[in-house]
Design a protein around this ligand. Structure first.
Ligand code: NDP
Length: 243
């Protein structure tokens, strides 16, 4: 039986990688899915893969005026939002000594600031039983060299999940984090074969993860299968940060 039959979901960053795989899986499980991305082009390309059970919203999550577009689109079609997955994110490399204020601000604006304000905007649309899945990263707690601002921005999501769980439990809204390890998405496209191999060697399962494997975890936390799980973090990392 479909696990998300009749549910309405929003996947930020649903145009690529983990977000796109999650949108696809949710649709397979019976949901209607709104996706966001920064350009009309990337949104339309994803929609051509997702079909009629998806609607695209061109919205930059760092821009407050674009957040209104998201809310208006959902209100117009469905008036409620059962599932929110926040996957929009960037992971630019910058060792401490090279880190500029611009790098820090862009990383935090996208990965930490935007999820809070997306959540604040769509919260009035969320009924009891709604589920929020924040896409974090094991970089939020393992300390990956060159990813200080990125790791700190992802650690913020873990703090949100804990705080929002306490703030929203009376409304029946669950919040959890999915923290991937290295996953083979377009975020990894610029990485050489040599680096891929050395990253794979750090993972007990000796390979990069697939976006579909993260989508399966997002599905579990979004669905009623996880009805007694709140404020938690589920790592999808081939064991990298676990052993
Ligand atoms: P991709 O680069 O494939 O996808 C990133 C997505 O984020 C795109 O859909 C992009 O949309 C969207 N996005 C970026 N900035 C914005 C913005 N300002 N407004 C709206 N959308 C935005 O990356 P992944 O799928 O790999 O990453 C998804 C999430 O998973 C990220 O949060 C990342 O930090 C996290 N993660 C990824 C890992 C990996 O190894 N791949 C490991 C751990 C965590 P568009 O380009 O259309 O604007």
């Amino acid at each position: 039986m479909a696990k998300l039959s009749g549910k309405i979901a929003l996947v930020t960053g649903g145009t690529s990688g983990i977000g796109l795989a999650t949108a696809k899986r949710f649709i397979e499980e019976g949901a209607f899915v709104f996706i966001t991305g920064r350009s009309r082009e990337s949104v339309d390309k994803a929609l051509s893969e997702l079909g009629e059970q998806a609607q695209g919203i061109r919205a930059d999550v760092t821009k407050r005026e674009d957040l209104r577009l998201i809310v208006e689109a959902i209100e117009k079609r469905s008036e409620r939002l059962d599932i929110l997955v926040m996957s929009a994110g960037i992971a630019d490399y910058s060792p401490l000594v090279e880190t500029s204020e611009a790098h820090f601000d862009k990383t935090f604006d996208t990965n930490a600031r935007a999820p809070l304000f997306v959540m604040k905007e769509v919260l009035p649309l969320m009924p009891s039983g709604a589920s929020v899945v924040l896409i974090g990263s094991i970089a939020g707690f393992i300390g990956t060299a060159g990813y200080g601002a990125y790791g700190a921005s992802k650690a913020a999501l873990r703090a949100y999940a804990r705080t929002w769980t306490n703030e929203l439990s009376e409304r029946g809204i669950r919040v959890n984090v999915v923290s991937p390890g290295p996953i083979d998405t377009p975020m990894f496209d610029a990485v050489s074969e040599e680096v891929r191999k050395s990253v794979s060697d750090l993972i007990p399962l000796r390979r990069l993860g697939k976006p579909e494997e993260v989508a399966a975890a997002a599905l579990f936390l979004a669905s009623d299968e996880s009805s007694f799980i709140a404020g938690s973090e589920l790592c999808i990392d081939g064991g990298m940060a676990q052993v």
